[in-house]
Design a protein around this ligand. Sequence first.
Ligand SMILES: Nc1nc2c(c(=O)[nH]1)N[C@H]1C(S)=C(S)[C@@H](COP(=O)(O)O)O[C@H]1N2
Ligand SMILES: [Mo]
Length: 420
Amino acid sequence: MTAAPTALLDRVLGARLPGPPDGLRRGPFRSGTFTSPLHSERRAARTGALLGIAFAVCFLTGLISHAIQHPAGWFVWPASPSWLYRVTQGTHVATGLASIPLLLVKLWTVYPKLFEWPPAGSPSRAISRLSILVLVAAGTMQLVTGLINIAEWYPWGFFFTTTHYWTGWIAIGAVAVHVGAKAPEIRRGLARRGSAGAVAGLAPEQAAEVRAVDDAAEGNPVPRRAFVAAAGLGVAAVTLTTVGQTLSPLAPVSVLSPRVPGVGRQGVPVRQTAKKAGTTDVGADYRLVVEGPNRLELSLADLRAFPQRTERLPITCVEGWSATATWTGVRLGDLLEAAGLPRDTQVTVESLQTGGLYRVSTVAAPHARSPRTLLATGLDGSVLDPDHGYPLRLIAPNRPGVMQTKWVTRVAPGGRGIGS
Ligand SMILES: Nc1nc2c(c(=O)[nH]1)N[C@H]1C(S)=C(S)[C@@H](COP(=O)(O)O)O[C@H]1N2
Ligand SMILES: [Mo]
């Protein structure tokens, strides 16, 4: 990086734009309308850093979830450890929810600036403000669509996941532009570590001076501490009241989530009932078809003749809840081998369900070959409840709930991603 282009960029970005007429300075646009000492650079930068971390972690864990469900050729998601997706998806939902109070706090620390006059001033300010507008809109969209999903309300079908995915990219792009445009303020704000700590990179007497300036700007430390405590409480409350949907000790306080471990048919939450899926009439003519060089057509009695395996595995819904149960059934690999296929054949698993978004799923090679991947007929020692997929369901380690297909009737080589 040389000085000349930087200087040129600074000159262009720092150029003054003509201001609008004074007659428009009304309401919140009047000068000196907002005067809280807590609207400081330090407060804004620190809240922003936390929000930035929450957004980044949420974005990355979201990408992982998306990649598992819509795998590109190069993407391989392992079958073990069996709890990994539980952690990444739990983190996705938790960081997404934590950013609601953080975003509100962040907006509060900077809101006088949102009404700054003139609206643009310079090109860099115009870019920065535009990035905030995009960020707030995209962030709100993500939270609303995410919460609608957690509430298990799918008014728009596939529209939801597609929108949630692409808006994620818009939001993270806006964060990048915003951080770029605000780099000097962020650096200054973060260098000031608060009156108790040191001030990064400064000699003690200079540090004391900076702290004095900060304290004067933010007023006395008591309201500042109260502010930090209130913001922290907001984040903690939102997080604690939702992670209970996957951490059972916190289940009693999990008031924000519709699903709780241990509550539901056979002690496991139900995502889609057999009645809604139209899969309640399973008769003696039920067959599992496994396509292959040696095509199989198996009745439930035939399935019982295969070696029976038992695995303790979680169901982890993309909505954030998860529940562990003990599943009994036949190894997928055993069935593939009996059908004349290699154990690591990628297969598509199909449900008796005739419609719906999740009637088929693809089992990629790592999961097909995993000895823990079952076509289960039993749950916690009893026959599967219709709502959990009677007569047969897929249950595999480290896999999103949407891909744990219920009411399975056909397994065939090929396929990619859910819904394919
Ligand atoms: N055929 C079919 N299988 C399905 C679904 C579905 O709608 N149809 N829902 C999936 C989703 S989103 C989840 S989280 C799990 C939940 O399994 P459970 O209802 O037994 O807890 O089932 C999956 N299997
Ligand atoms: Mo799910």
